[in-house]
Design a protein around this ligand. Structure first.
Ligand SMILES: CC(C)(COP(=O)(O)OP(=O)(O)OC[C@H]1O[C@@H](n2cnc3c(N)ncnc32)[C@H](O)[C@@H]1OP(=O)(O)O)[C@@H](O)C(=O)NCCC(=O)NCCS
Length: 389
């Protein structure tokens, strides 16, 4: 990675789920206070804040979230900026924080992500989320996000013979991991039959193929690496930070069984880190729908095109398999508060590399990867992390 070294010295998150008794500001302050305490620093040592949030105006009638975070965290007049890239808002906020330190602008910054999605009806949430795609050509025509990913799933089935049972295997694995995560929205295991019997949302995707609507927040503290070594016993170093873009509408893409933004960002990230896919011990990938995890694993080169569904069915992506994928439970089991997800993925990888992931710990994990997607792939952000101790 170019520039100065950047390390994570603190990580924290709220529980994910339906929080009837916590507001947007309370969720992000909860996560930020935990991350600051974990870093063993004080708020006044921070030099800037970067916050990811997708649609707080539509979900909570609250904009200006950057300033809100600084205000309720009690760190004014610190510069505090909100970033938006749909479901990749957290990932781009993380990247902004990394670039601010790598460039020499700051030495210590906080990165947060937050969304409070359950105060509106499911229909209103679907409309807000639909804005992550092409409003004129997709949402206005009735194509919600489950529908867009259903199109990708249908095409993947046609081209590669992927089955609904194989998609279900993604959900079963991620719920099993979430059951071992006290922060997860769904701490219950499910079976292939449970998934297969659940209601169709947009065929072939059923209820258990979908990530849920979630309230939650996550935060990390970033620090210049030589300073991090002095402040922190177990720093986690950023080995790569990459981002790419693609068309908003699926109709204008060459292929819908692959997200080119993921392909480009992952290739660049592996080059930056000087690592190969086999070096990754633990990966948090963007499984907003089960098909999304399959496509992500193929696009990032963990499995050849058309082979990730079978690999999942064969258990290669379980904890203890070839590569542990979505140990937190992923978006499917842990929940998907859209603006928080990219930061939560960094929190999970930090805990894994520090050996603090409780019952879902990947033994001896040294290198991790996070993959965060905006909308149906118009933004993709990939980060690679290395144990720094
Ligand atoms: C799938 C979806 C439409 C279901 O919403 P809904 O029909 O309003 O569901 P409800 O809130 O009425 O919940 C019904 C039950 O299913 C459960 N549930 C809801 N969504 C679930 C999910 N995705 N996975 C597992 N269980 C789910 C609820 O906990 C509830 O269980 P209970 O009856 O035991 O309490 C909604 O979760 C959704 O829109 N998901 C996609 C979100 C999205 O597009 N994100 C952006 C991705 S890019």
């Amino acid at each position: 990675m170019k520039g100065r070294g950047v390390s994570i010295i603190g990580a924290g998150m709220s529980t994910f789920g339906e929080h009837w008794d916590s507001s947007l500001r309370e969720l992000i302050v909860d996560a930020a206070v935990k991350a600051i305490a974990d870093a063993k620093i004080e708020g006044k040592q921070l030099q800037a804040i970067y916050g990811g949030c997708m649609a707080s105006g539509q979900f909570s009638n609250q904009e200006h979230v950057g300033a809100l975070i600084a205000d309720y965290l009690g760190v004014n007049p610190l510069p505090s900026t909100r970033l938006e890239a749909a479901c990749a808002s957290g990932g781009v906020a993380l990247r902004a924080g990394i670039m601010a330190i790598a460039s020499g602008f700051y030495d210590v910054v906080a990165v947060g992500g937050v969304e409070k999605m359950t105060d509106v009806s499911t229909e209103a949430a679907a409309t807000a989320l639909g804005g992550a795609g092409d409003e004129e050509w997709e949402l206005f025509q009735g194509a919600t996000f489950p529908a867009l990913y259903a199109l990708m799933a249908k095409r993947h089935m046609l081209e590669y013979g992927t089955t609904e049972e194989q998609l279900a295997a993604v959900a079963v694995k991620n719920h099993a991991n979430a059951a071992k995560n006290k922060y997860a929205q769904y701490q219950k295991e499910i079976t292939i039959q449970d998934v297969m019997k659940s209601q169709y949302i947009a065929s072939p995707l059923k209820l258990f193929d979908c990530s849920p609507l979630t309230d939650g927040a996550a935060a990390v503290i970033l620090c210049e690496s030589s300073l991090a070594k002095k402040l922190c016993e177990k720093p986690v170093n950023i080995a790569a930070s990459s981002q790419a873009s693609d068309t908003l509408a699926l109709a204008t893409r060459k292929s819908i069984t692959s997200l080119n933004a993921t392909v480009v960002a992952a290739k660049d990230a592996f080059t930056q880190a000087g690592l190969k896919q086999k070096d990754i011990d633990v990966a948090e990938v963007h499984d907003c729908f089960t098909i999304a995890e399959i496509i992500a694993l193929e696009d990032m080169g963990f499995f050849p095109a058309g082979k990730a569904a079978k690999a999942t069915e064969d258990g290669l992506t379980k904890i203890g398999g070839e590569i542990a994928v979505n140990t937190s439970g992923g978006l499917k089991g842990c929940g998907h508060p859209v603006g928080a997800t990219g930061v939560k993925q960094a929190v999970e990888v930090t805990w894994q590399l520090r050996g603090e992931a409780d019952g879902r710990q990947v033994k001896g994990a040294k290198v991790g990867l996070t993959h965060n997607v905006g909308g149906s792939g118009a933004t993709a952000v990939v980060h690679i992390y290395k144990r720094g101790f």
